[in-house]
Design a protein. Structure first.
Length: 302
């Protein structure tokens, strides 16, 4: 009985997301789907394929590339895009640094995560995209509670939580002035558990980073960080081989790992059900301030 309920629940979420995706294609002239190679954007792209099958996706995918990716993420991204038959646009943070549009942080705890905003907004303007589909969920962070499915952005790409339009009876208002755009969140009513259950139900392949594996790590400010070419190990930090997996995938300099032996979808679902820390609790960039996520949203990234 529980299994039947779960499947029904997932089908309701799936139907809602597909409706949002089709509504986006209908209301906007030039949408784009933001794709990081993480599980949420993978599920969103998978749903988009379902929504418009057998036709090709009516919009391209965009990866905001910090240049500090896990190699596994890029390998998966390229293979997934090829299988999907979609067009990929890469908004490069490295290019923004090289051209002097942004200044890279210095020091052992430096991250390029905040620099993604400029690369994203420039790519949206260059492509004249009037809607950007994102994979934000309702359980990610408290700033999500102020969002809508159709989230308005002004001519500077900025988000004003006081300027969100009501969405009664699933009627979405995509009207905007020239130069403005919308962020669309088809997964707004999903949780991390919903994502994992849907991945299992649909047998969706994910990057192997999400599953338990051995990796050299350090512990930095309470966060387990994988040792990569982008991490500057300090003298007081000890490298240790750990059994870990990643609950989120992003810039390698700020994406923390979690100690885990969960090597299957069933084990991950059980682990998530028992977890007392949110998945963003492993993100070093969110620890910079209590309002880190909301600040980035207002600046124009999320």
């Amino acid at each position: 009985m529980y299994q039947d309920y779960t499947i029904t629940h997932l089908r309701q979420l799936e139907s809602e997301a597909i409706y949002i995706l089709r509504e986006t294609a209908a209301q906007f002239e030039s949408p784009v789907l933001l794709f990081s190679g993480g599980k949420d954007s993978i599920v969103m792209a998978y749903l988009a394929k379902k929504a418009f099958w057998p036709a090709k996706l009516p919009f391209p995918l965009m990866h905001v590339d910090t240049g500090h990716n896990f190699p596994e993420t890029i390998e998966y991204r390229d293979a997934f895009i090829a299988t999907l038959g979609a067009d990929l646009i890469v908004a490069s943070v490295q290019e923004a640094i090289d051209t002097g549009k942004v200044i890279e942080e210095k020091g052992p705890y430096a991250s390029r995560n905040s620099l993604q905003t400029v690369a994203l907004l420039e790519a949206l303007e260059a492509g004249q995209y009037d809607a950007a589909l994102g994979g934000g969920r309702r359980d990610e962070e408290k700033a999500r509670a102020k969002e809508r499915f159709f989230s308005h952005r002004d001519a500077f790409g900025q988000w004003d939580p006081k300027n969100q339009r009501p969405e009664l009876w699933n009627i979405f208002n995509g009207r905007k002035h020239h130069g403005e755009h919308f962020r669309i969140f088809p997964l707004s009513n999903w949780t991390e558990m919903d994502i994992w259950q849907y991945v299992k139900a649909e047998d969706i392949e994910l990057p192997n980073l999400y599953f338990s594996h051995q990796r050299d790590c350090i512990v930095r400010q309470g966060v387990i960080m994988a040792v990569t070419d982008f991490i500057e190990v300090q003298a007081d930090e000890e490298i240790e081989n750990m059994t870990v997996r990643f609950r989120t995938i992003g810039d390698a300099t700020c994406t923390g790992a979690a100690l885990s032996t969960a090597s299957s979808l069933e084990a991950i679902i059980a682990e998530v059900a028992a977890a007392r820390q949110t998945e963003r609790g492993t993100r070093a960039d969110d620890k910079r301030s209590e309002t880190a996520m909301e600040d980035r949203k207002k600046e124009g990234y999320f």
